[in-house]
Each structure stands twice: as C-alpha cells, then as structure tokens.
Design a protein around this ligand. Structure first.
Ligand SMILES: Cc1cc2nc3c(=O)[nH]c(=O)nc-3n(C[C@H](O)[C@H](O)[C@H](O)COP(=O)(O)OP(=O)(O)OC[C@H]3O[C@@H](n4cnc5c(N)ncnc54)[C@H](O)[C@@H]3O)c2cc1C
Length: 447
C-alpha cells in the first residue's frame, strides 16, 4: 500500500480494499479487514470528532463492540441504557421495556453515546489495526475496471490535491450521501414510509432516577414522535420525527423557535424540559427514508446507510451499519481469497442486508397506528410475544434468533385487532397514506 506523490497536487495509491466513509460501517469494516491482513484505505471527507445524529445504541451492538476490541472505550464514554420507555397521549401510563426481559438474557443493556466520541473511537481503532485512514478527503468518482479488475477512485484532499486510488474491491460506507447508489441511480425514495426530523441537545432536562436515568423515551404526539436520549455529562438529545408536511409548516421560522413550538405540543416532554437550555445548533433532516435497488455489484458492496435508511424509532441504524460491516468483511475475504465461492458469499451478504431492515420495517410502518400503540402500551406475553418484542427492540434480529414465531403471532394479533376495529383502522390507514406523501420545499405534495 503505497501513497506516492506524482506531482505536488496528484497522488496515486494502491490497496486491496477502498472504504468510502469513516462512520460506524466504514470504520468497522476497515478495522476487520486490516486485521485479516488486507491493505485497506479508508477515506473520510470530514475530520473526527465530528457531530452525527444517531446516539442510541442497541444491546445487539455490544457483542460487535467486543469483537472489535473497543467495548471498554465505548463504556467509558457511554451512558448506560437498560430500557426503552413509551409515552402516549392516548394512554394514562408510561410503558417501560427492560432489555433484561428479552428472550436472549445475555444482552441486558446498551449505551447512549455522543457520536462525535463513538465514531472517533471506531475510526482510530481502524488506524490502530493498520488501515490507512485519511480524513479531510472526499471520494468524488469511482470507475469499475473491465474484466473484474477492480476499481479506480478519484478523491480530493482538502488542500486541493487529487488522489487516484486503485483498489481490488470497494466498500461504499458513505452513509446518506449514498455515493455509488447515486452514481448508479439505484437509490429510491421509500414509498411505504417517509418522515423528517428536527433535533438538538439540551442541558438541564429532568431525568429518571437511578439505573433508569439512561433509558431512551419515545413520546408520541399528534404529528409523529419525539426521542429523549440522555447522554453522559448531563446533555440530553431531543428530536422530533414528524410527517414531512409538519416540518414544512415551519416556513421561514428559525429552527430553534420551531423546535420549541413543536416541543410545546407534547406536554409530558415539555414538562421534563421546564428548566432545560438549548446547548447546540438545531438541525433538521427532511424526507429521509430510502432504499437502493441492489446491495452489491461487481467488486463493490453497499454498507449501512449507503444501502438503506428507514426510520430511527427503534434506534437500529448504527447496529445495522456495524452488522453490515461484519458480514461485508467475510464477503470481501471470500471474493478476494476464494473467488469460486464469491457468488454464494454475495448472496448471503444480500440476504443479510435485507433481513435487518425488513424485520424492523413492519413495525416502523405501523408504529403510529392506534392498534400498534395499544399493543406497545399494554404488551401481552402470551406465546412470549412481549419477550420477542423486547428482543426486536434489543436488535436481536439475525441468525438463529427465536423471535420469529412469537413475532408472527404478534403480527396475526395485530391484524385481528385491526379487523375488529375496522373503522378506526381504515381512518388510520387513510391518514397515514396522506401523511407519508413527500413534499417539496414549498410544502407542495410531490407524488
Ligand atoms: C434523525 C435521525 C436519528 C437517528 N437516530 C438513531 C439512533 O438513535 N440510533 C441509531 O442507531 N441510529 C440512528 N440513526 C441512524 C444512524 O445515524 C445511521 O444509521 C448510522 O450513522 C449509519 O452509519 P453509516 O456508517 O452507514 O453512515 P454514517 O454514520 O453517516 O457515516 C458515513 C460517513 O461517510 C462520510 N462520507 C460521505 N460521503 C463521503 C465521500 N464521498 N468521501 C468520503 N467520505 C464520505 C461521512 O462524512 C460520514 O462520516 C438516526 C438517523 C437519523 C437521520
């Protein structure tokens, strides 16, 4: 792996695997492949530590952090998260799910993390494992060479220098930038779902006492739902995930005013923020649900958000991204070392990339439906349905997980209750159909 300056503004380098992007997916894959002896180049357009949204991890993340060798480092910066709480304006009580009650008792907790710190741990780990990590370097183009000969990528360093990287294999972990999917016009808006988010950090939010301090709370409200994520050091991440039309009602209002007005629509959350102070810029993300029409191609794989993003309600994004990196590592290893088995390895990768999002999607599409809300707020453990729901919330969705049969029964119950309340179901279904329509900057419906 040589990076040799040809002129002051042009560099050329070779590697086995080029990783585009140093978020959880890219840094995990780079570390694992470097550990297996591959020459890995990871190019990241930003500099760590940098802000990123997505701060609530799942219990299923922990074994991945152990395998990467960063579990202690994450523990040191993380806030312990033992459960998830749901608050609904249509129900009197608060529903708490403790991960220790899930089917797999070996994953009782997770962490809430500042992504600036978490992502920096992961990218430094990749460096330590001997991946060549370059920050402030944006990949601009990737050309795949004929005859399965790998790829030639062009990247721009922030001093203006252009680097040409020749790689045998490319992992696109560019997140929501979806570099390769854009190039191949493979990215499609998810027609079954659509939402937008507005979020910021606050200090002084009232928190649960004791071990429940780090629990995530989801507050439903009229236009969607809020997250309440307590971080270590006293800050709390608050975000509203709303139907796109609602974000557009902001018009020209400053974002912080709009966030405060939105919080005021949710009395129980507003109560917790009585003495809180905004301590970060307010950010917004619109129309954020998409999926690509393929997961891989000749000499490349799409990882994490570079393949799909559905919705953050189950805090699944980082776990899915890191899991995709683990499967990608085995896949690349097979493709490069033992090409005779490449087809089977790629098929397995494809299946895995679709499985996680699929398990969560069914629930995500229905999470604002009154039947689903009732089932979350009063979960029954007949046929171990509650335990299976908890396992889903913990991210236990891969391999030989025993959740499938109880979740199938849960889904059947959902359908039966929906049918029993046919009018309510129809009204909710019509409303959802209206709500998920994409709107443009002016608030006009796009489809
Ligand atoms: C509003 C919201 C709330 C969320 N909440 C949660 C949550 O609570 N829990 C959770 O698990 N997930 C959450 N997510 C999802 C989570 O943020 C993502 O799923 C996760 O970050 C995906 O990781 P990734 O590595 O695929 O992409 P990213 O983390 O986005 O990393 C991609 C990296 O690639 C770099 N990059 C992009 N283009 C280039 C280029 N051309 N060249 C070089 N570098 C490039 C970027 O700078 C970035 O560092 C949330 C998402 C949203 C939108």
């Amino acid at each position: 792996m040589i990076a040799s300056p040809a002129t002051s503004a042009t560099l050329a380098s070779d590697c086995d695997v080029l990783v585009i992007g140093g978020g959880p997916a890219g840094s995990t894959a780079a570390a694992l492949l470097a550990e297996r002896g591959y020459h890995v180049t990871l190019l990241e357009k930003a500099h760590h530590p940098r802000f990123h949204i997505g701060e609530s991890l799942l219990p299923a993340n922990l074994p991945l952090l152990e395998k990467l060798g960063v579990a202690d480092a994450v523990k040191a910066i993380g806030m312990e998260k033992w459960g998830a709480e749901f608050v609904s304006p249509w129900h009197e009580h608060k529903q708490t799910f403790e991960f220790s009650e899930a089917m797999d008792k070996s994953m009782p907790m997770a962490y809430q993390v500042r992504r600036s710190e978490f992502d920096e741990i992961l990218i430094r780990n990749a460096s330590r494992k001997n991946a060549r990590v370059v920050e402030g370097c944006q990949v601009q183009e990737v050309d795949f060479l004929p005859g399965n000969a790998g790829a030639l990528a062009r990247a721009r360093h922030e001093d203006g220098a252009i680097e040409t990287v020749r790689a045998r294999f490319v992992l696109d972990a560019s997140g929501r930038d979806t570099l390769l999917a854009n190039r191949f016009k493979a990215k499609h808006r998810n027609k079954k779902h659509n939402s937008a988010a507005i979020y910021a950090h606050f200090s002084g939010a009232a928190r649960n006492p004791g071990r429940a301090e780090g629990n995530i709370t989801i507050f439903w409200f009229e236009h969607g739902w809020f997250w309440f994520i307590p971080l270590s050091g006293g800050a709390t991440s608050i975000g509203a995930v709303t139907w796109p039309y609602y974000l557009k009602t902001r018009k020209k209002k400053p974002l912080d005013q709009f966030l405060h007005e939105t919080i005021a629509l949710c009395a129980p959350l507003n109560q917790l923020l009585q003495n809180a102070e905004l301590i970060s810029p307010v950010e917004a993300t619109g129309n954020f649900s998409y999926v690509c029409d393929h997961t891989h191609g000749s000499n490349y794989l799409l990882l994490g958000d570079a393949y799909t993003f559905i919705d953050p309600v189950f805090s699944s994004g980082v776990m899915l991204a890191m899991h995709s990196a683990f499967v990608a590592t085995d896949t690349v290893d097979t493709c490069l070392r033992d090409p005779r088995h490449a087809t089977a390895a790629l098929k397995k990768f494809d299946h895995s990339m679709r499985t996680g999002p699929k398990e969560f999607s069914w629930f995500i599409y229905r999470v604002t439906n009154p039947t689903m809300r009732d089932m979350f707020m009063g979960p029954s453990n007949i046929f171990r349905m509650k335990e299976a729901l908890l396992s889903l919330l913990a991210g236990d969705v891969y391999g030989k997980t025993p959740i499938r049969v109880p979740l199938l029964i849960f889904k059947a119950m959902y359908c039966a209750i929906s049918l029993r309340n046919f009018r309510r179901t129809l009204t909710a279904w019509r409303m959802r159909k209206r709500n998920i329509r994409a709107v443009d900057e002016t608030g006009t419906v796009m489809n």
